[in-house]
Design a protein around this ligand. Structure first.
Ligand code: PEP
Length: 241
């Protein structure tokens, strides 16, 4: 059975105080959220402790935005799986396009991070997606196929979420047509060994388009950037119709 997972990716936004302020508004908006929908907030490392403490007993799970593949060592500025687990983290975004683009992440390091997440009891959310240039050149399928094949070498597909995030749709307001997102996610599913992997769509998901996206048969959830920063808009997305 595929699980529906709606995850917010806060990127480099929100201090601890802002996190607590968000929760004060957000948690009260989830009383109507149907059972069986997993709600996740992927916050900056500095807010994870506050988030975990405040979410104790709540239905919202804590996620991080990256992890290093070693459990400890001389890796200045990095954070490891055991450190995240200690803070109550359950999910971790791996291979986000901003990490690949600005911080030199490769399929090889993404693969190492995925395996480390699983080894430490975390569920990784693997992001894949093509640039506008690659889409215009008709390379969407080949780019996605290479990412899935290279990133998932020796990765356990029973503890994995994949997010299809066309790069041209991230933070641009330019959402991928829901039928096209559905089609590409179908391609991703055909490349996986486990048909029950949750596959999210991400890229300018908003209250105004979430219902249509989530009505698509292949789409099992959403990874939401900008619209997850504001309690009302993220709650509307979580409570999609
Ligand atoms: C993201 O950061 O993964 C994302 C999809 O951002 P946005 O929703 O702002 O496009």
């Amino acid at each position: 059975m595929r699980k529906i997972v709606i995850a917010g990716n806060w990127k480099m936004y929100k201090t601890q105080a802002e996190t607590l302020d968000f929760l004060r508004h957000f948690l009260g908006l989830l009383s109507e959220t149907p059972d069986g929908r997993e709600v996740v907030l992927c916050a900056p490392f500095t807010a994870l402790g506050a988030l975990s403490k405040s979410l104790h007993g709540a239905r919202v799970k804590v996620g991080a935005q990256n992890l290093h593949w070693e459990a400890e060592g001389a890796f200045t500025g990095e954070i490891s799986g055991p450190m995240l687990r200690e803070l109550g983290v359950r999910y971790v975004v791996v291979g986000h396009s901003e990490r690949r683009q600005y911080f030199g992440e490769t399929d090889e390091t993404v693969n190492l991070r995925l395996k480390a997440a699983q080894a430490h009891g975390l569920t990784p959310i693997l992001c894949v997606g093509e640039t506008k240039q690659q889409r215009d050149a008709g390379e969407t399928e080949s780019v996605i196929t290479a990412q899935i094949e290279n990133d998932l070498v020796d990765v356990d597909q029973t503890n994995l979420i994949v997010a299809y995030e066309p790069i041209w749709a991230i933070g641009t307001g330019d959402t991928c047509e829901s039928a096209e997102a559905n089609r590409v996610i179908g391609v991703i599913r055909s490349l996986l060994k486990n048909p029950d992997v949750t596959i999210q769509y991400g890229g300018s998901v908003k209250p105004a388009n979430v219902d249509e996206l989530m009505a698509q048969p292949e789409i099992d959830g959403a990874l939401v950037g900008g619209a997850s920063l504001e309690p009302e808009s993220f709650a509307r997305i979580v409570n999609f119709q």
